[in-house]
Design a protein around this ligand. Sequence first.
Ligand SMILES: *[C@@H]1O[C@H](CO)[C@@H](O)[C@H](O)[C@H]1NC(C)=O
Ligand SMILES: *[C@@H]1O[C@H](CO)[C@@H](O)[C@H](O)[C@H]1NC(C)=O
Ligand SMILES: *[C@@H]1O[C@H](CO)[C@@H](O)[C@H](O)[C@H]1NC(C)=O
Ligand SMILES: *[C@@H]1O[C@H](CO)[C@@H](O)[C@H](O)[C@H]1NC(C)=O
Ligand SMILES: *[C@@H]1O[C@H](CO)[C@@H](O)[C@H](O)[C@H]1NC(C)=O
Length: 289
Amino acid sequence: MVKEGEKNSGGAADEWKEFLWNPRTHQFLGRTASSWGLILLFYLIFYISLAGMFVLTMYIMLLTLDDYKPTYQDRLATPGMMIQPKGDSLEIVYSIKDTESWDLYVQALDAFLAPYNNSQQVMNNDVCPPDQYFVQEDSGKVRNNPKRSCQFNRTMLEDCSGLTDRYYGYRDGKPCILLKLNRVIGMLPGKDGMSPYVTCGAKAKDRDKMGELMFYPPNGTFNLMYFPYYGKKAQVNYTQPLVAVKFINITLDTDVNVECKINSNTIRSHSDRDKFAGRVAFKLRINSD
Ligand SMILES: *[C@@H]1O[C@H](CO)[C@@H](O)[C@H](O)[C@H]1NC(C)=O
Ligand SMILES: *[C@@H]1O[C@H](CO)[C@@H](O)[C@H](O)[C@H]1NC(C)=O
Ligand SMILES: *[C@@H]1O[C@H](CO)[C@@H](O)[C@H](O)[C@H]1NC(C)=O
Ligand SMILES: *[C@@H]1O[C@H](CO)[C@@H](O)[C@H](O)[C@H]1NC(C)=O
Ligand SMILES: *[C@@H]1O[C@H](CO)[C@@H](O)[C@H](O)[C@H]1NC(C)=O
């Protein structure tokens, strides 16, 4: 019995050796050199075609991408709103008597508004007919690029331009806050010639504290001529329209929570998906000493 086993295992070892290299048939691992060659050739061609297909599909995909438009853009029903100056949080807190506490806000506004200087705007942009869209579509395959943009002059912000009052009202406890709508390519924010406009309010208990507001441009409108926006690459000199709100009788030494929102006949200000869309809330606190 034991001998049988030995013989068997010896046979298996021989078989294994013969499988590895069979000197009679010149087979390696059960195949002849030409058989191996054919297999290698097959896989070589197979993988080269696979790589070729990959490169081809990538190439076709890249051809269909448009440099000027995002292929996919989340269809925003309502764009977000933001304020300037903005700190780490949406809070404007300072003391009138402490120059340093508001100087940072003034500097931030100066820097932000530099590109809005009339001289800059006249150099870069056009005077457009107001209250209508500035449409510059491509005609079929022919690009209408680069696209022009409309002037938004710094002087249009009047008391909040930093030109008539270089402290933007901060020194007098009547601060200006700038509001902008986030850019959305192709957005048409109003119809029938009605430009969207901003309104601001305070929570019930803060309503009296907020006091009267002044808006620049008048009525707090984002004129239709600044839309649609065609994207950074197509519309290189685009200047985002602004609305400035000046708090001319805000109660001092108390927190005032303000919320500003966009009003339009095409964009819903209360999106189901995002209850902060089209609005921005911030805290103001101006201390008298
Ligand atoms: C914009 O105007 C302000 C005030 O007149 C001036 O201080 C600033 O240097 C100007 N900036 C540019 C970029 O023209
Ligand atoms: C902007 O200001 C310049 C010069 O101050 C003026 O010529 C131009 O008409 C103004 N543009 C708009 C749109 O008001
Ligand atoms: C952008 O502004 C520059 C001047 O700063 C001007 O030469 C150029 O024509 C403008 N381009 C467009 C598309 O408005
Ligand atoms: C502001 O709104 C009032 C009433 O809604 C309107 O009569 C007036 O013409 C508007 N002013 C501007 C500059 O749009
Ligand atoms: C400013 O607000 C106070 C109450 O906070 C009020 O008594 C006063 O009449 C207001 N002044 C103006 C000019 O609206």
